[in-house]
Write a protein that binds this ligand. Structure first.
Ligand SMILES: NC(=O)c1ccc[n+]([C@@H]2O[C@H](COP(=O)([O-])OP(=O)(O)OC[C@H]3O[C@@H](n4cnc5c(N)ncnc54)[C@H](O)[C@@H]3O)[C@@H](O)[C@H]2O)c1
Length: 454
């Protein structure tokens, strides 16, 4: 495929711009990205089989499991969840012999479990992941890695002291689109990065976390005290159990749910460790249904690398649901949207420009004469040309598959994962600065290397 050569060859790019677009916007040149290399089923010996257990069998846990089971040599042996209906459904889905329990410690005690997938609400991530690592299991823990800032150092320490593999589940970090974007940025395709603008808007009730509550929800079918864990002890609420993201006792607001993906993507593509300053605003504008987190949030971040990040989540959006990141550089723009990354590039004008219309005719003539001698017109037919290159993943491409494949490869080879606890903490810690800023009504300072609020 005709990718930009690395390192980016500015001259040859400008030449191709000239050929492709004498004036104005060109039609994008399309490039198909090659599929990821996989370990095939034949390459995985029976000794390499990984026996997986799921802790938290809700929407993401069951989806993740279905993806993980596509990786050769992975089998599901046990599931823990606090709602009986989900345990029953897992047996319907993956076989009646599956071991199921409401208490995940029974799973951690089993010798036939090698790895644990933690897909509980956020307030359980730290405890379940640390308990699993101390029980000798490798862990894939869903994002956001932390619910409280104190969770980060504890999880990093547990991964270090136990020597277990810990992958955090922000699958964009394994995406071939994001890898291409990282290479394009490093090659100079858009010049020096100046700003990243990203959003994740939703305009539906489900998008705003109003998930369906099953008809049999009750203290008998739902293990309420196990769900609550260390959260404030309140009477049973089926709404809080099944729509937990709406309360900060269990979830982390739109920042922990969605900003975190935008942070992990931005950090992966730019190589940045995190922002130094954060400021967030927003409000609860539409979904006034008892939730205690905002449904609109805007946040700004300063990066020591010399760019700003601007993030938005809008659950009151009247348009389409969508997610996107725009990287603006000194020489062009790179947009990630859907399963593709597009680069547009405008050669930078070197002439200073002219504003002479208010001067006398004689003065205008004199200045123009001098100016065009010194700066011959570069684009007499109009504005400078824009070149577009679009790199698309194959139909049906799944970054989640690649993220799990990376995890299981690390489990087999004891090599580092693509998203370890430090990376996960830097992404989630940066995201949660938005909540701190929103609640304190002030700018918050963060040390991205030490991973601490300053
Ligand atoms: N990577 C992604 O793109 C992505 C997408 C969606 C969700 N997630 C993350 O996955 C996690 C789960 O989200 P979800 O949408 O599946 O929520 P969910 O409510 O559908 O599922 C959570 C499940 O965890 C169970 N649970 C709660 N406490 C438990 C405990 N102590 N032990 C065992 N099970 C327990 C609940 O009963 C529930 O079935 C969240 O942290 C979320 O941020 C990630």
């Amino acid at each position: 495929m005709p990718f930009f050569p690395l390192p980016f060859d500015r001259r040859s790019f400008l030449r191709s711009v000239g050929l492709l677009s004498a004036a104005g916007l060109t039609a994008p040149r399309l490039h198909a990205l090659a599929g990821a290399t996989e370990e095939s089923a034949a390459q995985v010996s029976s000794n390499d089989r990984i026996r997986l257990a799921l802790v938290g069998a809700g929407g993401q846990g069951q989806y993740d499991t279905s993806v993980a089971l596509q990786v050769p040599g992975v089998e599901l042996v046990a599931v823990a969840d606090c709602y009986q209906g989900r345990l029953d459904h897992c047996r319907e889905r993956w076989g009646a012999s599956l071991f199921t329990t409401r208490d995940y410690r029974e799973i951690l005690a089993r010798s036939d479990v090698d790895a644990v997938l933690v897909a509980t609400p956020d307030h359980w991530h730290k405890q379940a992941a640390i308990d699993a690592m101390h029980a000798g299991k490798d862990v894939y823990c869903e994002k956001p890695m932390i619910h409280l800032y104190a969770d980060g150092p504890q999880m990093i320490e547990a991964a270090h002291s136990t020597g277990r593999i810990l992958q955090i589940g922000s699958q964009r970090v394994s995406s071939m689109i994001y890898a291409k974007a990282r290479d394009l940025l490093a090659s100079g395709a858009i010049g020096k990065l100046n700003m990243v603008t990203a959003h994740w808007d939703r305009n539906s009730s489900i998008g705003a976390w109003n998930y369906t509550i099953p008809l049999d929800a009750s203290p008998e079918t739902c293990d309420w005290s196990r769900f609550l864990g260390t959260a404030p002890q309140i009477p049973f609420s089926s709404e809080q159990f099944f729509q937990w993201r709406k309360w900060k006792a269990y979830g982390s607001g739109v920042a922990g749910d969605l900003f975190v993906h935008l942070f992990s993507g931005t950090h992966f593509i730019t190589g940045a460790k995190g922002p130094t300053r954060a400021m967030a605003t927003g409000g609860l504008r539409f979904w006034k249904d008892g939730r205690n987190v905002p449904d609109v949030m805007l946040a700004l971040f300063d990066y020591p690398e010399g760019f700003n990040l601007s993030l938005r989540v809008n659950f009151v959006d009247g348009g389409q649901e969508n997610e996107g990141l725009v990287f603006t550089g000194s020489e062009g723009t790179m947009i990630i949207s859907g399963n593709a990354v597009t680069v547009s590039r405008t050669p930078r004008e070197t002439a200073p420009g002219l504003t002479v219309g208010t001067f006398t005719e004689a003065m205008q003539r004199q200045i123009r004469k001098q100016y065009f001698t010194r700066y011959p017109l570069q684009h007499p037919a109009g504005p400078p040309p824009v070149a577009l290159d679009r790199y698309a993943a194959p139909d049906g491409y799944s970054d989640s598959y690649d993220h799990f494949a990376n995890f299981f490869h690390a489990v087999r080879t004891r090599t580092p994962v693509v998203e370890d606890a430090v990376f996960g903490f830097r992404a989630a810690g940066a995201a949660l600065l938005s909540n701190v800023s929103y609640e304190r009504d002030s700018i918050v300072h963060w040390d991205p290397v030490a991973m601490k609020i300053v």
